[in-house]
Design a protein around this ligand. Structure first.
Ligand code: ASP
Length: 438
């Protein structure tokens, strides 16, 4: 059994958090590969090390001294080391980094050092080997990951060993350091799990898994125990901010389960994400797995009699959107009408030209735009097998005075998506949650 674990910034914030990580790793002999983030915030007003490193670079760029910030970063790691009673020689590492900065270090290399120092300390603390990500995580020249070379290199370097790996960065073909976008340690963990054919990828953070709805809208929402990769994709697409978006692909491709866990509540099972579940195993009558949504969409509606039998009309409409580089989020259609749901901010600068082009090229009988639309998706893999699920959803929204402006459903019946006025957004989510989850 091999488990790859990734610990986020809050799990690396100080010596107390390091101790929790150690207890988690040592509780299971399968936990042999550990990926870590840079130290995060210890409290609300604290700073993330990665933010401080970006700040250092910004100072250097404008010729402003950054010694104070650099000192904060160094002190943070020295304190963790001393509190843990370790003897890792960080002073000379920081001195080497400082002189490299004076000589002109790249931004990506500088901001990657938070993960580097976290991993050095964690390796010493766990008694694992430190395995630098620049030795195996290889980027192509276009910035994508060279998956084959990466997997091959990690297999060679880590097989059979207990290692700690810094997240967030790897190396370009010429050896220079390249980072992912923010939050990218999630991807490092996923790549490591996929390369080593892990049985599970445990992503340890500071919440006990995904919640069924946004806690800013629903009071104390329940956590999602089990969710499929497809459902997660639906929820994150529409707005639930969960993992870095590059995380899913490597593990899903290898059919590896992903478990979101809470470092501060290690006994909580968190959220388990798999390709599919044996639904008999844990019977659950709820047909909704999660609810998410986003405000500020525009719906462009075209009506034209005979449109349904006009070959190529949809292509011509979509080509006009392509011309203005606007992506269509949803495309509900009727017999002789079609609606294009687009993000308002993406279409704002070209809406008049686009409408003019649509009028000229398609010659619709009616053409109009409605703004201030919110999209809410109720996602659930069991919906496909439960007759009447969508009927119940629409009925409850109607009973609560919510005017549904648009309805659409994905082809796999994984979700029911409704468009409502922006003002009804929060209420729609609350009604769905109270009716079908609570
Ligand atoms: N430390 C990086 C960040 O703050 C990467 C990560 O934590 O995943 O974005």
């Amino acid at each position: 059994m091999l488990k790859v674990l990734k610990f986020g910034g809050s799990s690396m914030a100080d010596a107390v958090q390091f101790a929790k990580v150690k207890a988690i790793v040592e509780a299971d002999p399968g936990r042999r590969v550990v990926v870590v983030s840079a130290a995060g915030k210890r409290c609300k007003d604290d700073h993330k090390i990665t933010d401080l490193l970006y700040l250092c670079h910004a100072h250097m760029q404008y010729g402003v001294p950054c010694d104070g910030i650099f000192d904060m970063i160094q002190k943070r790691y020295l304190q963790i080391r001393d509190d843990l009673g370790l003897t890792t020689d960080l002073e000379s590492e920081f001195a080497a980094l400082r002189s490299k900065m004076d000589m002109g270090i790249s931004k990506e290399e500088l901001v990657s050092r938070g993960e580097y120092f976290s991993a050095r300390l964690m390796a010493d603390y766990l008694g694992f080997d430190f395995l630098d990500a620049e030795l195996w995580l290889k980027f192509n020249l276009d910035g994508t990951v060279d998956q084959e070379a990466t997997y091959e290199a990690l297999r060679r370097a880590a097989s059979g060993r207990c290692v700690v790996i810094p997240g967030f960065y790897g190396a370009m073909p010429d050896g220079t350091i390249k980072t992912f976008t923010r939050g990218g340690s999630d991807i490092t963990g996923a790549l490591a799990a996929a390369a080593l054919d892990a049985d599970i990828y445990e992503n340890w953070t500071d919440v006990s898994g995904f919640l069924m709805a946004d806690p800013k809208i629903v009071h104390d929402p329940q956590p999602i125990e089990r969710i499929t990769y497809a459902e997660l994709r639906e929820l994150s697409y529409i707005g639930a901010q969960v993992l870095h978006e590059g995380t899913i692909f490597p593990v899903r491709e290898k059919n590896i389960a992903l478990n979101i866990r809470n470092t501060n509540q290690p006994d909580h099972p968190g959220t388990m994400i798999r390709e599919s579940f044996d639904e008999q195993e844990v019977p659950d009558n709820r047909f909704i797995t999660g609810i998410a949504g986003r405000k500020n969409f525009s719906v462009i509606s075209l009506t034209k009699s005979g449109m349904s039998s006009e070959v190529g009309v949809l292509r011509r409409i979509l080509e006009l959107l392509e011309k203005y580089n606007v992506s269509v989020e949803y495309l509900p259609s009727g017999i002789d009408c079609v609606s294009l749901v687009v993000a308002t901010d993406k279409v704002a600068s070209c809406i008049y030209q686009l409408m003019g082009d649509l009028q000229k090229e398609i010659k619709p009988d009616k053409l109009h735009v409605i703004d201030n639309i919110a999209i809410v998706a109720a996602v659930g893999r069991k919906m496909a097998f439960k007759p009447g699920s969508s009927g119940k959803i629409f009925a409850r929204l109607g009973e609560n005075g919510i005017n549904i402006r648009m309805i659409t459903q994905g082809p796999e019946e994984l979700n029911v998506i409704v468009g409502v006025d922006n003002k009804d957004f929060a209420n729609t989510i609350r009604v769905l949650y109270d009716s079908f989850v609570k």
